[in-house]
Design a protein around this ligand. Structure first.
Ligand code: ZN
Length: 341
């Protein structure tokens, strides 16, 4: 398994691969508020859904086609109302690759740039994985397996498991199909379904340049997408338009709002304090980077000096040096005091 992780870890779209492969899946859901649910133990980003008498609204689609189908089956175990809307929080594959499992007539809602981002980033990655990365990885594993005489040895069995998992994953990602959103918006989109009011807001670039916040207004609950990684290291990807400054500002603004409960993109559902915690992570890390920079250390030295254990986060540890690099770059480009707003 370590080999898979090493091979694939650098591609965000596949961050949930190990979950997908290893999970002893017992999918379920928890009640968030009246008729509002969070699907638990799903690989990929968190998925929530709201049941109304006129139909169901779902936020995010899971990380694979089979994931999408699982989401639908969980929803159907709660309500037989039709699934009317699928809101996508941003374009990352672990939030949208399950779309194909959803009914054809579901109305997809997303930021105006999501489809463009999908075409620019996800499609190329998926094609590359299907045509190059995974096939050559499988060939390589086969060669290694062929060289081992004892077919009952742990080494052989580990390679075999790796092979089967990747073969299965290859078949899975071949089924990924994107659908263009039916409703797109630039700044905000507000709609009503039955008695429920739902507000979608684009607060500018943060985690990506298309990340939106979903507000279940009747419930004082928000689904932040990946603007919050509760308890783990967030993904900061320059090419995807990350803006740490605006990300923090968004979180601080949201924290002032009348919100009780936050469904993060990844990690446990929690009270609104996790908005502040995510912002504080960036502030503390930015400050530490700034101080070391002022002391004359270069980026590589700063990466060495900052101890991940000081942050008490578990998960995505390989992203920590990238976090430092992105924040360092943004500190340099935006000016040293930029985070003190
Ligand atoms: Zn993301």
């Amino acid at each position: 398994m370590r080999r898979i992780i090493t091979l694939l870890a650098f591609l965000f779209i596949f961050q949930s691969l190990t979950n997908f492969l290893c999970a002893q899946e017992k999918n379920n859901y928890i009640d968030v508020s009246d008729n509002l649910y969070l699907i638990t133990n799903i690989s990929g980003g968190n998925v929530s859904f709201l049941v109304t008498r006129k139909g169901i609204v779902v936020v995010d689609a899971g990380s694979t086609p089979s994931n999408g189908r699982k989401i639908i089956s969980i929803i159907k175990s709660v309500s037989n109302k039709p699934i009317k809307y699928l809101i996508l929080t941003h374009f990352h594959g672990d939030h949208i690759n399950g779309i194909v499992g959803f009914p054809n007539d579901v109305k997809i809602i997303a930021h105006i740039d999501l489809a463009k981002n999908n075409a620019s980033f996800n499609k190329k990655n998926i094609d590359n994985y299907i045509n190059n990365v995974l096939p050559s990885y499988l060939v390589n594993l086969k060669l290694q397996m062929g060289e081992i005489k004892d077919k009952n040895s742990n080494e052989y069995l580990t390679l075999k498991e790796d092979f089967e998992n990747n073969e299965e994953y290859l078949e899975e990602i071949k089924n990924i199909e994107f659908r263009n959103p039916d409703i797109t918006f630039e700044d905000y989109y507000r709609f009503k379904i039955a008695d429920e009011r739902i507000m979608l807001e684009y607060t500018g670039s943060g985690h990506t340049n298309d990340n939106i916040v979903v507000k279940f207004s009747n419930h004082n609950v928000i689904h932040t997408g990946d603007l919050v990684f509760n308890g783990s290291i967030p993904y900061l990807i320059n090419d995807h338009g990350v803006d740490v400054f605006n990300w923090m500002k968004t979180l601080d603004d949201l924290y002032k709002e009348n919100i009780y409960t936050v469904i993060p993109g990844h990690g446990e559902i929690d009270e609104k304090i996790i908005l502040k915690e995510q912002s504080d992570y960036f502030k503390t890390l930015s400050k530490q980077i700034e101080m070391l920079k002022n002391d004359g250390f270069n980026l590589e030295e700063i990466k060495e000096k900052i101890d991940i254990n000081d942050y008490g986060l578990t998960g995505n540890e390989n992203q920590f040096p990238i976090n430092i690099e992105v924040i360092y770059t943004q500190l340099v480009s935006k000016g040293i005091e930029w985070w003190k707003f």
